[in-house]
Design a protein. Sequence first.
Length: 393
Amino acid sequence: MQKQFTPGGMKLLKNQQGNILILGVFLILVISILFAGMVEFGRIMLVREQLQTAADSAALAGAGSGTHRYVKINVVTDRGQKVVCGKEDCWCSGCSTIRIRNIVGDEKTLIDEGDWRNFCVPECDCGGGDCWFELVKRDLMYDTHSVNTAGGWGTDLQEIKNARSDLTIATREAISEYCYPYQGEMRRIFNNKSLEQISSIISSTSSFLPHWMRLKGYSTNCYNECHWDPLGYRSECDECQRWRIRGQNIYNTKISSRKSFVNGIIKTMNNMEQINTKKIPKIDEQYTKSAGQFYNANLPKHAADSGITKIKVYGLENRNSPYYPSVVVYATAKIKTLFPQWFGNDFTTTVCAQGTTAYRDAENQKSTGNKFYDSLNFGKWRKLPDKACWVDF
């Protein structure tokens, strides 16, 4: 069969006129895409750097401004000496040593400002006593909330319940011992009472006396014991009146001065519980006041939208973690593209920042003798936590 061909076909294929134009258009397109990509990449890196600065600021603010040194201490009182009398003369002899255990609170208030002294017990008759505190445990507690899959705020709620229980027992013991030599009676009055109930009992003489009189089975005003009946004056009236006067004296000389002490402890516990149950709806704006301010001050200027998307607080509930104590912040920014025809409408980038907190090691301080009277500003620093970014993302 005869082959068919187009006259001049080989000549057309060999013709290179216009190829330079096609190649030039292709190269211009490639160069334009590369240029656009470099511009977009540069904008992403600029926003990412600004976002990293903002996240760093928020993490550092969270690990610094919302930090409390949380301590547990024992307060020990050597009550000195008391008067002991024989048949012919009297002398001073050793009195008791009282140890009130597991007192918890903010180190700034409890130790630096000297509130631990409220748990000291008065000296015995001859004086010569002493009072100091022992360090049991030292941790950090953050005001910031932990936004993660488990939820939570600041520290573990069971930790707060344990703190309230320990502090309630310590308060009962402190007030009872303060009322020497009527510690036994005070323990019976305050037995199983909450901090709020203790505060109510000691709020006034009229609130305290019914509990005091009930210890002996007397009516509050000795009415039943002292009113006249056909058989004459009741003999237990004088005893009831003496017991009532004694209760009034104890309240006026000892218990009334403890009201501000108990109310201060209640305020401390309420603050701890409020901090650890609060819920904040917009974490990117209300992470903490200072963290939010630092973040907003460094907000990426070229981002269409940005914010903190996740916060992980390695606080008391994570005290055994290698990342304790620290605050990890994840922040995300969305950037509108200049060339949506090639790269879509926007890019999203995420950064991580970790703010760590250093404090002096409790065990190192206890090795010096564990008998303290003032602030704990000595000893070795605790090892800084490991890097935690992207560990739990």
